[in-house]
Write a protein that binds this ligand. Structure first.
Ligand SMILES: NC(=O)c1ccc[n+]([C@@H]2O[C@H](COP(=O)([O-])OP(=O)(O)OC[C@H]3O[C@@H](n4cnc5c(N)ncnc54)[C@H](OP(=O)(O)O)[C@@H]3O)[C@@H](O)[C@H]2O)c1
Length: 264
Protein backbone atom coordinates (compact mmCIF):
# COMPACT_ATOMS: atom_id res chain seq x y z
CA UNK A 1 0.00 0.00 0.00
CA UNK A 2 1.50 3.32 -1.07
CA UNK A 3 0.40 6.12 1.26
CA UNK A 4 3.39 8.31 0.52
CA UNK A 5 2.22 11.92 0.24
CA UNK A 6 5.64 13.57 0.42
CA UNK A 7 6.17 16.26 -2.24
CA UNK A 8 2.39 16.68 -2.58
CA UNK A 9 0.27 19.65 -1.58
CA UNK A 10 -3.42 19.47 -0.68
CA UNK A 11 -6.11 22.12 -0.30
CA UNK A 12 -9.05 21.10 1.87
CA UNK A 13 -12.02 23.48 1.84
CA UNK A 14 -13.72 23.99 5.22
CA UNK A 15 -10.94 22.38 7.23
CA UNK A 16 -10.53 24.25 10.52
CA UNK A 17 -12.66 21.59 12.24
CA UNK A 18 -14.78 18.49 11.64
CA UNK A 19 -14.17 16.06 8.79
CA UNK A 20 -12.06 18.57 6.84
CA UNK A 21 -9.62 19.03 9.72
CA UNK A 22 -9.39 15.26 10.26
CA UNK A 23 -8.52 14.76 6.58
CA UNK A 24 -5.94 17.56 6.70
CA UNK A 25 -4.36 16.13 9.84
CA UNK A 26 -4.15 12.62 8.38
CA UNK A 27 -2.63 13.87 5.13
CA UNK A 28 -0.14 16.03 7.05
CA UNK A 29 0.93 13.09 9.20
CA UNK A 30 1.73 11.19 5.98
CA UNK A 31 4.03 13.95 4.72
CA UNK A 32 1.59 15.96 2.62
CA UNK A 33 1.79 19.75 2.73
CA UNK A 34 -1.72 20.93 3.62
CA UNK A 35 -3.57 24.19 3.12
CA UNK A 36 -6.35 24.68 5.66
CA UNK A 37 -9.38 26.89 5.03
CA UNK A 38 -12.06 28.59 7.09
CA UNK A 39 -14.06 31.81 7.09
CA UNK A 40 -11.99 33.87 9.51
CA UNK A 41 -8.31 34.48 10.14
CA UNK A 42 -8.85 33.60 13.80
CA UNK A 43 -10.37 30.18 13.11
CA UNK A 44 -7.67 29.38 10.55
CA UNK A 45 -4.88 30.46 12.91
CA UNK A 46 -6.36 28.39 15.76
CA UNK A 47 -6.58 25.32 13.53
CA UNK A 48 -2.97 25.77 12.40
CA UNK A 49 -1.79 25.97 16.03
CA UNK A 50 -3.75 22.79 16.80
CA UNK A 51 -2.29 21.02 13.77
CA UNK A 52 1.23 21.95 14.74
CA UNK A 53 0.64 20.59 18.25
CA UNK A 54 -0.89 17.36 16.97
CA UNK A 55 1.48 16.79 14.02
CA UNK A 56 4.73 18.61 14.89
CA UNK A 57 6.37 17.65 11.59
CA UNK A 58 3.42 19.01 9.52
CA UNK A 59 3.97 21.32 6.57
CA UNK A 60 1.01 23.66 6.48
CA UNK A 61 -0.48 27.05 5.65
CA UNK A 62 -3.95 28.54 5.80
CA UNK A 63 -6.21 30.52 3.51
CA UNK A 64 -9.25 32.48 4.62
CA UNK A 65 -12.23 32.32 2.27
CA UNK A 66 -15.96 32.25 2.88
CA UNK A 67 -17.38 30.23 0.01
CA UNK A 68 -20.76 31.87 0.56
CA UNK A 69 -19.21 35.17 -0.55
CA UNK A 70 -18.30 34.91 -4.24
CA UNK A 71 -16.24 38.10 -4.03
CA UNK A 72 -13.66 36.25 -1.87
CA UNK A 73 -13.09 33.32 -4.21
CA UNK A 74 -10.92 34.95 -6.92
CA UNK A 75 -8.40 36.05 -4.27
CA UNK A 76 -8.29 32.51 -2.89
CA UNK A 77 -7.71 31.02 -6.34
CA UNK A 78 -4.82 33.45 -6.94
CA UNK A 79 -3.20 32.52 -3.62
CA UNK A 80 -3.62 28.76 -3.98
CA UNK A 81 -0.67 28.05 -6.26
CA UNK A 82 0.04 24.50 -7.39
CA UNK A 83 -2.16 21.91 -5.73
CA UNK A 84 -1.89 18.14 -6.26
CA UNK A 85 -4.87 17.13 -4.11
CA UNK A 86 -8.13 19.07 -3.93
CA UNK A 87 -10.63 18.01 -1.28
CA UNK A 88 -13.98 19.70 -1.88
CA UNK A 89 -15.14 19.25 1.69
CA UNK A 90 -16.95 22.44 2.68
CA UNK A 91 -20.67 21.89 3.17
CA UNK A 92 -23.47 23.62 5.05
CA UNK A 93 -27.04 22.59 5.74
CA UNK A 94 -30.25 24.15 6.96
CA UNK A 95 -32.54 21.77 8.79
CA UNK A 96 -35.82 23.12 7.40
CA UNK A 97 -39.30 22.27 6.25
CA UNK A 98 -39.35 22.33 2.40
CA UNK A 99 -42.23 24.84 2.36
CA UNK A 100 -40.34 27.21 4.64
CA UNK A 101 -37.01 27.02 2.83
CA UNK A 102 -36.43 30.34 1.07
CA UNK A 103 -34.67 30.94 -2.26
CA UNK A 104 -31.85 32.55 -0.31
CA UNK A 105 -31.38 29.40 1.73
CA UNK A 106 -31.38 27.21 -1.41
CA UNK A 107 -28.92 29.58 -3.10
CA UNK A 108 -26.54 29.74 -0.14
CA UNK A 109 -26.35 25.95 0.16
CA UNK A 110 -25.85 25.67 -3.62
CA UNK A 111 -23.06 28.28 -3.62
CA UNK A 112 -21.14 26.77 -0.71
CA UNK A 113 -21.73 23.08 -1.35
CA UNK A 114 -21.62 22.90 -5.15
CA UNK A 115 -20.16 26.07 -6.68
CA UNK A 116 -17.13 26.01 -4.35
CA UNK A 117 -16.21 22.65 -5.90
CA UNK A 118 -17.01 23.84 -9.43
CA UNK A 119 -14.77 26.90 -9.08
CA UNK A 120 -11.90 25.10 -7.36
CA UNK A 121 -11.94 22.21 -9.84
CA UNK A 122 -12.09 24.60 -12.82
CA UNK A 123 -9.04 26.41 -11.46
CA UNK A 124 -6.98 23.33 -10.58
CA UNK A 125 -7.85 20.46 -12.92
CA UNK A 126 -5.95 21.90 -15.90
CA UNK A 127 -2.61 22.02 -14.04
CA UNK A 128 -3.20 18.51 -12.69
CA UNK A 129 -3.76 17.29 -16.26
CA UNK A 130 -0.57 19.05 -17.46
CA UNK A 131 1.39 17.39 -14.66
CA UNK A 132 -0.41 14.12 -15.39
CA UNK A 133 -1.06 13.59 -11.69
CA UNK A 134 -3.70 14.78 -9.28
CA UNK A 135 -6.60 13.89 -7.06
CA UNK A 136 -9.94 15.64 -6.70
CA UNK A 137 -12.26 14.31 -4.01
CA UNK A 138 -15.77 15.57 -3.34
CA UNK A 139 -17.26 15.05 0.11
CA UNK A 140 -20.93 14.35 -0.51
CA UNK A 141 -23.23 12.67 2.03
CA UNK A 142 -25.57 9.76 2.65
CA UNK A 143 -28.23 12.48 2.23
CA UNK A 144 -27.46 12.51 -1.51
CA UNK A 145 -29.32 9.19 -1.64
CA UNK A 146 -31.57 9.29 1.45
CA UNK A 147 -32.85 12.86 0.78
CA UNK A 148 -34.40 13.38 4.25
CA UNK A 149 -37.39 15.72 3.87
CA UNK A 150 -36.04 18.16 6.49
CA UNK A 151 -32.78 18.44 4.53
CA UNK A 152 -34.05 18.64 0.95
CA UNK A 153 -31.98 21.59 -0.26
CA UNK A 154 -28.82 20.17 1.32
CA UNK A 155 -29.53 16.71 -0.10
CA UNK A 156 -30.03 18.10 -3.61
CA UNK A 157 -26.63 19.81 -3.45
CA UNK A 158 -25.07 16.54 -2.33
CA UNK A 159 -26.72 14.64 -5.19
CA UNK A 160 -25.43 17.29 -7.61
CA UNK A 161 -21.89 16.57 -6.46
CA UNK A 162 -22.24 12.99 -7.70
CA UNK A 163 -22.99 14.25 -11.21
CA UNK A 164 -20.32 16.91 -11.07
CA UNK A 165 -17.66 14.48 -9.90
CA UNK A 166 -18.59 11.82 -12.46
CA UNK A 167 -18.61 14.41 -15.25
CA UNK A 168 -15.22 15.79 -14.24
CA UNK A 169 -13.72 12.31 -14.09
CA UNK A 170 -14.60 12.01 -17.79
CA UNK A 171 -12.21 14.89 -18.48
CA UNK A 172 -9.31 12.92 -17.01
CA UNK A 173 -9.46 10.07 -19.53
CA UNK A 174 -6.04 8.54 -20.24
CA UNK A 175 -4.33 10.50 -17.46
CA UNK A 176 -3.19 9.74 -13.92
CA UNK A 177 -5.62 12.27 -12.48
CA UNK A 178 -8.65 10.91 -10.62
CA UNK A 179 -11.93 12.48 -9.51
CA UNK A 180 -14.06 10.66 -6.97
CA UNK A 181 -16.76 11.23 -4.38
CA UNK A 182 -17.04 10.00 -0.82
CA UNK A 183 -20.44 9.72 0.89
CA UNK A 184 -20.10 9.84 4.68
CA UNK A 185 -22.90 8.78 6.97
CA UNK A 186 -23.83 10.67 10.14
CA UNK A 187 -20.52 11.63 11.70
CA UNK A 188 -19.68 12.82 15.19
CA UNK A 189 -18.45 16.35 14.56
CA UNK A 190 -18.91 19.23 17.03
CA UNK A 191 -22.26 19.97 15.35
CA UNK A 192 -23.50 16.40 15.86
CA UNK A 193 -22.25 16.40 19.45
CA UNK A 194 -24.14 19.65 20.13
CA UNK A 195 -27.27 18.12 18.59
CA UNK A 196 -27.00 15.05 20.84
CA UNK A 197 -26.40 17.16 23.94
CA UNK A 198 -29.29 19.53 23.15
CA UNK A 199 -31.76 16.66 22.65
CA UNK A 200 -30.47 14.91 25.78
CA UNK A 201 -31.01 18.05 27.82
CA UNK A 202 -34.48 18.63 26.35
CA UNK A 203 -35.73 15.07 26.81
CA UNK A 204 -33.88 14.09 29.97
CA UNK A 205 -32.31 11.12 28.14
CA UNK A 206 -28.64 10.21 28.19
CA UNK A 207 -26.55 11.02 25.11
CA UNK A 208 -26.27 7.27 24.44
CA UNK A 209 -30.09 6.95 24.45
CA UNK A 210 -30.46 9.90 22.07
CA UNK A 211 -27.94 8.37 19.67
CA UNK A 212 -29.70 5.00 19.84
CA UNK A 213 -33.08 6.63 19.18
CA UNK A 214 -31.71 8.69 16.25
CA UNK A 215 -30.46 5.59 14.47
CA UNK A 216 -33.62 3.63 15.24
CA UNK A 217 -35.97 6.26 13.80
CA UNK A 218 -33.92 8.42 11.40
CA UNK A 219 -31.31 5.97 10.05
CA UNK A 220 -33.02 2.56 10.43
CA UNK A 221 -30.91 0.97 7.66
CA UNK A 222 -27.65 1.81 9.36
CA UNK A 223 -25.78 -1.40 10.09
CA UNK A 224 -23.41 0.13 12.60
CA UNK A 225 -26.22 1.99 14.47
CA UNK A 226 -23.85 4.70 15.69
CA UNK A 227 -22.25 7.91 14.55
CA UNK A 228 -19.07 7.49 12.57
CA UNK A 229 -15.87 9.13 13.77
CA UNK A 230 -14.20 11.83 11.70
CA UNK A 231 -11.16 9.55 11.58
CA UNK A 232 -13.16 6.81 9.85
CA UNK A 233 -14.06 9.29 7.12
CA UNK A 234 -10.54 10.71 6.93
CA UNK A 235 -9.03 7.24 6.52
CA UNK A 236 -11.21 6.55 3.47
CA UNK A 237 -10.49 10.00 2.04
CA UNK A 238 -6.75 9.54 2.47
CA UNK A 239 -6.86 6.19 0.67
CA UNK A 240 -8.82 7.66 -2.27
CA UNK A 241 -6.25 10.46 -2.56
CA UNK A 242 -3.24 8.17 -2.25
CA UNK A 243 -1.02 6.79 -5.02
CA UNK A 244 -2.53 3.37 -4.22
CA UNK A 245 -5.98 4.43 -5.43
CA UNK A 246 -4.71 4.92 -8.99
CA UNK A 247 -7.39 2.67 -10.55
CA UNK A 248 -10.30 4.30 -8.73
CA UNK A 249 -11.72 7.05 -10.92
CA UNK A 250 -15.29 8.29 -11.42
CA UNK A 251 -16.45 6.40 -8.35
CA UNK A 252 -18.74 7.25 -5.44
CA UNK A 253 -17.63 5.46 -2.28
CA UNK A 254 -20.12 5.10 0.55
CA UNK A 255 -18.64 5.29 4.04
CA UNK A 256 -22.10 5.37 5.56
CA UNK A 257 -22.13 2.40 7.92
CA UNK A 258 -24.71 0.81 5.61
CA UNK A 259 -27.33 3.55 6.09
CA UNK A 260 -28.09 3.95 2.39
CA UNK A 261 -28.84 0.27 1.87
CA UNK A 262 -28.88 -1.44 -1.53
CA UNK A 263 -26.47 -3.84 -3.18
CA UNK A 264 -24.06 -1.28 -4.65
N1 LIG B 1 -21.00 15.61 9.95
C1 LIG B 1 -21.77 14.77 9.29
O1 LIG B 1 -22.56 14.02 9.89
C2 LIG B 1 -21.70 14.67 7.79
C3 LIG B 1 -22.33 13.60 7.16
C4 LIG B 1 -22.25 13.48 5.79
C5 LIG B 1 -21.56 14.42 5.05
N2 LIG B 1 -20.97 15.47 5.68
C6 LIG B 1 -20.27 16.45 4.84
O2 LIG B 1 -18.90 16.49 5.22
C7 LIG B 1 -18.40 17.81 5.03
C8 LIG B 1 -17.80 18.29 6.34
O3 LIG B 1 -18.80 18.24 7.31
P1 LIG B 1 -18.56 18.59 8.84
O4 LIG B 1 -19.71 18.03 9.59
O5 LIG B 1 -17.17 18.26 9.21
O6 LIG B 1 -18.77 20.16 8.78
P2 LIG B 1 -18.64 21.22 9.92
O7 LIG B 1 -18.16 20.61 11.18
O8 LIG B 1 -19.88 22.01 9.93
O9 LIG B 1 -17.50 22.08 9.22
C9 LIG B 1 -17.00 23.14 9.76
C10 LIG B 1 -15.90 23.61 8.84
O10 LIG B 1 -16.45 24.19 7.66
C11 LIG B 1 -15.98 25.52 7.54
N3 LIG B 1 -16.97 26.34 6.87
C12 LIG B 1 -18.29 26.43 7.12
N4 LIG B 1 -18.87 27.29 6.25
C13 LIG B 1 -17.89 27.73 5.43
C14 LIG B 1 -17.84 28.63 4.33
N5 LIG B 1 -18.94 29.26 3.91
N6 LIG B 1 -16.66 28.85 3.71
C15 LIG B 1 -15.53 28.23 4.15
N7 LIG B 1 -15.50 27.37 5.18
C16 LIG B 1 -16.67 27.14 5.83
C17 LIG B 1 -15.71 25.94 8.98
O11 LIG B 1 -14.79 26.99 8.99
P3 LIG B 1 -14.82 28.20 10.05
O12 LIG B 1 -15.80 27.86 11.12
O13 LIG B 1 -13.42 28.24 10.54
O14 LIG B 1 -15.19 29.39 9.27
C18 LIG B 1 -15.10 24.65 9.52
O15 LIG B 1 -13.76 24.52 9.09
C19 LIG B 1 -19.57 18.65 4.55
O16 LIG B 1 -19.56 18.74 3.16
C20 LIG B 1 -20.78 17.86 5.00
O17 LIG B 1 -21.90 18.09 4.20
C21 LIG B 1 -21.01 15.61 7.04
Amino acid sequence: MNLDFRRQKAFISGSTSGIGYAIAKSLASLGCEVVLNGRTQESVDNALVKLQEEVPEAKYSGLVCDFADTSQIDALLEDLGKIDILINNVGIYNDQDFFKTSDDSWNEQWEVNVMSGVRLSRALLTSMMKKDYGRILFISSECAVLTPSNLLAYSVTKTALLGLSKGLSGLTKGSKVTVNTLLPGSTLTDGAQNFLEAVAQKTGQSIEQVEKEFFKTDRPNSLIQRFETVQEIADAAVFLCSPSASAINGTALRVDGGSVGGLF
